[in-house]
Design a protein around this ligand. Structure first.
Ligand code: AMP
Length: 429
């Protein structure tokens, strides 16, 4: 299947070609013709599948079919859970629509509202917004949504997780009921299905990856390690395996700050991104990471939602997520658009249950191992190994064999204080 076969206009095909895309992704193949045929759409597609182009391209084309004279009014509305995702979708709208005379704007909280009011007053065709700030505009009557023809709910599951349902409900009241509604979600829990039933008429259902399943090109590994030695192990892995761009997840904002400071003290350029940081600081951290000035970006789940970072080879769960489904969202950052990626979880004794829950949810194999020199002392593993001397010494040299990404090898080289045979992976479970 080629982009030319999907029914897209010459202007859009040109923009796609300029992006260097040669073949449409599976979600694009299925979604684009359905949206062009004015159908409602319910798509099970997570970040990394090409979902943004899957709705943006046909949305732009549908808006171009009827050109309205006079003042521009908001005719397409895309709701996203986070500011970062809104900014990224807005950028995609501009990229794919660059040969079309359509105007777009992003609306999200945490920044001065006045430039947004000005942009809205000047007239936009496409609005990309987070629900909370958009509701402020609707209530202040600075956004008029009465001419919306296409509504997109992007990462709908996350919007509901973040408690945006009441804001979404109120925004919906400001929309005409006759419209096209596209819903994208990585997972389909009951509240999403209920919302879809209310908002959509006979939707085309597109499922590109099994719900609750991560992208195929990602290998999953977990290293068992004591909580107190995770930071040391992380520094060691980054250094010894020469990882250049690593996204690390922590559970808390405080934990993200502390870890990034500690990594900096270890000589590894790191920054943190979380909800307590200003929008400017978040954007700077993300830019530094994308440009590879910062080697490690430490993030909380909410801040990292929807970050579009090309070719991110390593995602590390410094702590496992509270909710097993967040694992899927976290590792959606790696293995994108067919590239390979590695998801690594550092798992302490208290997290073994959470690891099992993730394995059950995703139905994928997570290879578990210990790194020589970092064997857990507080172990719930089947065959625990103890570090002689209480762990004060330097870690033994260990590295992963990059030739076999699907079968990570944790090896030892040279003298080291461990038992159980050198050069062999020790799988704890
Ligand atoms: P998304 O799932 O929308 O976050 O997209 C993931 C990444 O895939 C983005 O970096 C897009 O630029 C890229 N992408 C989208 N469509 C294609 C395509 N047809 N071919 C190659 N890359 C694509």
């Amino acid at each position: 299947m080629k982009f030319d076969d999907l029914g897209l206009s010459a202007e859009l095909l040109r923009a796609v070609a300029e992006q260097g895309y040669t073949v449409p992704t599976p979600v694009q193949v299925q979604a684009i013709p359905a949206v062009l045929a004015d159908r409602d759409l319910m798509a099970g597609a997570q970040t990394g599948t090409g979902k943004t182009a899957a709705f943006t391209l046909p949305l732009l084309q549908n808006l171009m079919r009827a050109t309205h004279g006079g003042r521009r009014r908001v005719r397409a509305l895309v709701l996203t859970p986070t500011r970062e995702l809104a900014a990224q979708v807005g950028e995609s709208v501009r990229t794919y629509g660059k040969h079309l005379p359509l105007r777009s704007a992003e609306i999200f909280g945490g920044v001065n509202i006045n430039p947004q009011i000005k942009a809205l007053r000047n007239g936009v065709d496409i609005l990309v917004a987070t629900p909370g700030r958009l509701l402020d505009h609707v209530e202040q009557r600075t956004a008029d949504l009465s001419a919306v023809e296409i509504l997109v709910l992007d990462e709908a599951d996350r919007m509901l997780d973040m408690g945006f349902l009441p804001a979404i409900e109120r925004v919906l009241k400001a929309l005409p009921s006759a419209r096209q509604t596209l819903l994208f979600s990585a997972t389909f829990p009951d509240p999403i299905r209920k919302l879809a039933r209310r908002l959509q008429v006979d939707p085309v259902v597109v499922e590109v990856a099994r719900a609750n399943a991560p992208a195929d090109a990602v290998s999953h590994n977990a290293y068992f390690v004591d909580q107190g030695r995770k930071r040391e192990l992380l520094s060691y892995l980054i250094g010894s395996q020469n990882w250049q761009q690593v996204l690390v997840f922590t559970r808390t904002k405080h934990g993200a700050n502390r870890l990034s400071e500690q990594l900096c003290r270890d000589g590894i350029a790191a920054d943190a991104i979380h909800g307590n940081k200003s929008q400017g600081a978040r954007t700077r951290a993300l830019e530094g990471f994308k440009r590879q000035k910062v080697r490690v970006l430490v993030a909380t789940d909410i801040a990292a939602r929807g970050l579009d970072i090309d070719e991110l080879p390593h995602v590390v769960n410094y702590e496992l997520p509270h909710v097993a489904e967040d694992y899927v969202h976290r590792i959606g950052r790696t293995g994108r658009a067919g590239r390979e990626g590695a998801a690594l979880s550092l798992v302490c004794a208290d997290e073994r249950g959470a690891l099992e829950a993730i394995k059950r949810l995703m139905k994928v194999e997570i290879t578990t191992a210990t790194v020589p020199g970092y064997e857990p002392t507080q172990s719930a593993s089947a065959n625990p190994t103890r570090r002689p001397g209480g762990g004060a010494g330097k870690p033994a040299h260990a590295r992963r064999d990059h030739s076999r990404r699907d079968q990570p090898q944790v090896r030892s080289h040279g003298p080291r204080p461990t038992r159980g045979g050198s050069g062999r992976k020790r799988v704890a479970r």
